[in-house]
Write a protein that binds this ligand. Structure first.
Ligand code: G16
Ligand code: MG
Length: 218
């Protein structure tokens, strides 16, 4: 039976993607690098460094310049998340977190972001998250399973008894590599590898979902 739930942050609990996008756009404009909303889609769920690598493409920069650009983008992002509040929770998230807590299931965050903790606090959901796995927790980013395995380990739950909620292809891959159940949020073209695909957490009930996963396990 499922004993642990692991949530990705961006695209699952809230849409920090918009803030990441604006910060990258500002940096790209300063550097004269081509970038737009469409290009930003490819950055979904991937680490800060991997994102920058996609933006700079085959242009050559020194490690010092790369670090300076990552630092600048992060400063823009950190400034912008200051305004996050509980109204930034995605539809259905709060009710779902309450149901899970009610059911006695443990929860972990599994976010690539080094800024995940302040975001969880500003969203007002810290009391619903037992363990925070973030960009500081492990070395290898998604699609490696490390971050989700970290969460399961901290929760003291067998990976096979965990379900991951993810909006990014790399995150679904990481969940499956960890031997966990995967619920994809978003279009099938993006998260179709997951065991269950949902458009959002709105009107999703833990008892139903748990039943569905138990059915798949047979
Ligand atoms: C998030 C975002 C990514 C971002 C990454 C690292 O991942 O989706 O766009 O690049 O975190 O964030 P930071 O630069 O704040 O460390 P997730 O895993 O929450 O979807
Ligand atoms: Mg995400």
């Amino acid at each position: 039976d499922i004993q642990g739930v692991i949530f990705d942050l961006d695209g699952v609990l809230t849409d920090t993607a918009e803030y990441h996008y604006r910060a990258w756009q500002r940096l790209a404009d300063e550097e004269g690098l081509p970038f737009d909303r469409e290009a930003n889609e490819a950055l979904r769920g991937i680490s800060r460094r991997a994102s920058l690598m996609k933006i700079i493409g085959d242009r050559v920069y020194s490690e010092a310049q790369i670090e300076d650009m990552m630092e600048r983008k992060n400063q823009y992002y950190v400034d912008s998340i200051d305004a996050i509040s509980p109204t930034d929770l995605l539809p259905g998230v709060l009710d779902f977190l309450k149901e899970i807590k009610q059911a006695g299931v443990k929860t972990a965050l599994g976010s690539a972001s080094k800024n995940a903790r302040p975001v969880i606090e500003k969203l007002g959901i810290a009391e619903y998250i037992d363990v925070i796995g973030d960009g500081h927790s492990v070395e290898r980013p998604k699609p490696a399973p490390d971050l989700f395995l970290f969460g399961a380990n901290e929760l003291g739950v067998d990976p096979a008894a965990c379900v991951v909620f993810e909006d990014a292809a790399a995150g679904i891959e990481a969940a499956l590599a960890a031997g966990m159940w995967a619920v994809g949020l978003g279009p099938v073209e993006r998260v179709g590898e997951a065991h269950v695909v949902l458009s959002s957490l709105e009107n999703v009930h833990w008892a139903d979902l748990r039943g569905k996963l138990q059915q798949l396990a047979k």
